[in-house]
Design a protein around this ligand. Structure first.
Ligand code: GDP
Ligand code: MG
Length: 735
């Protein structure tokens, strides 16, 4: 028989760490909420018993305030795991027990994993697990999830609970006289109609009605509108009463009593303080400086700038090596394979396409490594804390910071998890504003494009420009959010308190794992999605090819030159020896010119070429030529494709590979490109429609209406910006 076990707990209580310890799996461990949004499953065998473990999203509560709370609660009541491990941060007991309290009220078969006892100890606290156990009447097992200490005891207790209990036995907390009477009345009604009896015990439903839990109230109306109406009337009566006597809603009374229950519990000698440790204060002391109103942001900018310096400085050499390697590979294929479609596909489609993306692996790796340091040390949470003040100005929420950072706020994220991370936001309007603006951040896929164009046109100061463009992304995203929040998404802000976890010293192993996991995602994408799109775009750029009479014309031109040249010169250039005579070189150049022209005419005639040319009359306003248009259209499929498509588009018109040039060099030499065009292109690429995957994700998280809105809004907006940059820049002669 299989045993179902669920892990529940506050964000940062160590759920993922424990999950990994138990299942041996490796999952990302983040210092912030929003990473574990969907529940994750793993399994283990213990004493011949197969156990399926589910890692639920981290929540502070069990009311339907956020998507995570809903996911967690629905899982518990629908799947009915035989045992729920409630992981509790021992160093933050009071706040963590709030969720415990609600799990107990739900009646779930609970085992409490008292985690981070090492941290509690370091702060001079000792938690008496046996006292807690006695009062809560569920097993309490001290553990250190990070080292695996206590894991066996925990499993033992969990198996014992799983084998003992059949019925869910809810805990009764008194909510004060007024509410208790109301609850009784509600329970009588609920029992009489067996209302929601298969999901919740009557008392729980009653409390949820008092808490005005949207999900349950709505479901109630659906399944039994008569009882639901009766319940709502009783609740309205109680609400009116608490409003007049206490001037609060019943949910506030309930929360107060839960905290009261916890406070009195903790007063039973659960915590003994041996000494007041310095460690805690060290964290606080560091925070006095790092999150100081004035100095903090300056330090933050400095740290981020150093991150860019480090990333771009250190990755320069490996990126160059990889580029050389890729150049060598395409040169090799050029020499060994006969001319034809296969060769063209290998070189222009696969090597230039995928290679262009893979070439940035070192850069991405260094960037991820830097971010891992910030994240694992706990500094990223400080960044969020400081940004919170700024975010409020723009109608966003403290919890919006993480989605922004995840999406690439420090460059190199991805909007897909970013969009999903918005589930932590409780207010629908703030959530929507966040969700629509996170794709404006510089995700990992835009990074190569930024690096390419900055490298080609602003090579003197790469780190500085990169930093500037990151700032620009933030400013534009925040302004866009403000715009949304004062027009289509108008509404009041929600109050918010931000938690700061103590600083931790990152371990090398953790850093390397995080770096590798993310880099691997990138490489995997290059090998699958990007490969497919590259080949597709190559085909669109190759077919239908030249009409026969056209290619015949070019053949005649070549022949004419050949006949006009001495036969021994033609023979010499065909033999392709190392040292050519002057005449043979001239001959080769003239042939190459014709070949280039032929390739260009063919590209113009291709499907992609026609699309690019069709858009040119409009895109010229922003300085984009038709080849660039091809890349920008391709970029909708995945932003990485922009670099590879530019590579293909510009390599196709350049069949002469005697001196292989990197794409950056090609762009520098191209008449259509200059600094102003580069900035206009950067601005457009940064802000136009989110990539296909993100759009689908927005549709899933919000609706197709909003998904289309973000495509249209972003593209129009980005185009106007790019036009402004190009026109003004050209006028001022910055090119
Ligand atoms: P989750 O949000 O509940 O999934 O929490 P995580 O598993 O991501 O853990 C949050 C942080 O706490 C990570 O940096 C962990 O390494 C750290 N952590 C987890 N358990 C322990 C523990 O027992 N002791 C210490 N010192 N740190 C821990
Ligand atoms: Mg987690």
């Amino acid at each position: 028989m299989q045993l179902k076990m669920a892990l529940a707990g506050n964000p940062n209580a160590g759920k993922t760490t424990l999950f990994n310890q138990l299942t041996g799996a490796r999952q990302h461990v983040g210092n912030y909420p929003g990473i574990t949004v969907d529940h994750k499953e793993g399994s283990l065998h213990h004493q011949g018993q197969k156990i399926i473990i589910t890692d639920l999203p981290g929540t502070y509560s069990m009311t339907a305030y956020s998507a995570e709370e809903l996911v967690a609660r629905d899982y518990l009541v629908n799947t009915r795991p035989q045992v729920v491990i409630n992981i509790v941060d021992a160093s933050n007991l009071e706040r963590n027990l709030y969720l415990t309290c609600q799990l107990l009220e739900l009646g779930a078969p609970l085992v409490i994993a008292l985690n981070m006892i090492d941290v509690a100890q370091a702060r001079g606290m000792e938690i008496k697990a046996d006292v807690l156990e006695r009062h809560l009447r569920v097993p309490v097992v001290p553990i250190i999830a990070r080292s695996g200490f206590g894991k066996e005891d925990l499993l033992k207790a969990a198996l014992r609970v799983a084998s003992e209990k059949e019925e869910w036995l809810p805990l009764d907390i008194s909510y004060g006289e007024d509410l208790d009477i109301g609850i009784k009345e509600l329970i009588a009604r609920i029992d009489a109609a067996s209302f929601m009896a298969d999901t919740y015990v009557a008392r729980y439903t009653a409390i949820k009605y008092l808490e005005n839990d949207e999900q349950i109230v709505e479901k109630g109306r659906e399944i039994d509108s008569r009882t639901a109406q009766a319940l709502e009337e009783i609740v309205a009566g109680i609400t009116a009463h608490t409003k007049t006597t206490l001037d609060v809603f019943p949910e506030a009374v309930i929360a107060d009593h839960r905290y009261g229950y916890i406070k009195s519990l903790l007063r039973q000698g659960v915590i003994t303080r041996k000494f007041d440790s310095d460690r805690l204060y060290t964290s606080d002391k560091i925070d006095k400086v790092l999150t100081n109103r004035l100095v903090g942001p300056a330090i933050m900018l400095l740290i981020l700038f150093v991150l860019y310096k480090f990333t771009f400085g250190w990755s320069e050499a490996p990126v160059a090596w990889l580029e050389q390697g890729i150049g060598w590979l395409s040169g090799f294929v050029e020499k060994t394979l006969p001319d034809g479609l296969l060769k063209s596909m290998l070189i222009s489609g696969i090597i230039e396409g995928v290679g262009g993306v893979l070439g940035f692996v070192p850069l991405i790796m260094f960037m991820f490594f830097g971010i891992a340091i910030l994240e694992d040390s706990g500094y990223l949470a400080r960044v969020a804390f400081m940004m919170d003040r700024i975010f409020r100005i723009f109608g966003l929420h403290g919890s919006s910071v993480m989605p922004f950072i995840v999406s690439g706020g420090i460059a190199g994220g991805c909007a897909v998890p970013g969009v999903m991370a918005t589930r932590t936001l409780r207010s629908p309007k703030e959530r929507m504003a966040t969700l629509l603006t996170v794709p404006l951040m510089n995700c990992g896929a835009k990074l190569p494009v930024l690096a390419l164009l900055i490298g080609a046109f602003f090579s003197e100061n790469k780190a500085r420009y990169m930093f500037l463009f990151t700032m620009l992304a933030w400013i534009v995203a925040l302004l866009a959010a403000k715009l949304l929040r004062s027009t289509v998404l108008r509404g009041a802000p929600t109050p918010f308190v931000m938690e700061l976890p103590p600083y931790r010293f990152p371990t090398m192993r953790g850093l390397l794992i995080h770096t590798w996991e993310r880099t691997y995602q990138y490489i995997k994408k290059a090998g699958t999605v990007i490969l497919g799109i590259s080949v597709l775009l190559w085909a669109m750029m190759t077919y239908p090819g030249l009409p026969e009479e056209k290619s015949a014309e070019f053949a005649i031109q070549r022949e004419a030159i050949a006949t006009a040249t001495a036969p021994e010169i033609v023979a010499e250039s065909l033999a392709g020896s190392e040292e050519l005579s002057e005449q043979a070189k001239i001959y080769n150049e003239r042939i190459a010119e014709i070949n280039n022209e032929e390739a260009e005419v063919a590209l113009r005639n291709s499907i992609a070429g026609r699309i690019g040319i069709g858009l040119e009359s409009l895109s010229q306003l922003a300085g984009f030529d038709w080849r660039t248009n091809i890349a920008l259209v391709g970029g909708f499929a995945a932003k990485e494709v922009i670099v590879s498509t530019l590579g293909t588009a510009y390599s196709m018109g350049e069949v002469d590979t005697e001196e292989p040039m990197s794409l950056g060099q090609r762009l520098q030499k191209d008449a259509h490109w200059n600094k102003v065009v580069a900035v206009a292109a950067l601005v457009f690429i940064m802000f136009y429609s989110p990539c296909f995957v993100t759009v689908v994700c927005i549709a899933k998280e919000a609706s197709w209406k909003w998904a289309f809105f973000s495509m249209g809004f972003n593209t129009v907006f980005a185009f106007l910006m790019a036009v402004a940059v190009f026109q003004i820049g050209t006028m001022l002669n910055f090119g």
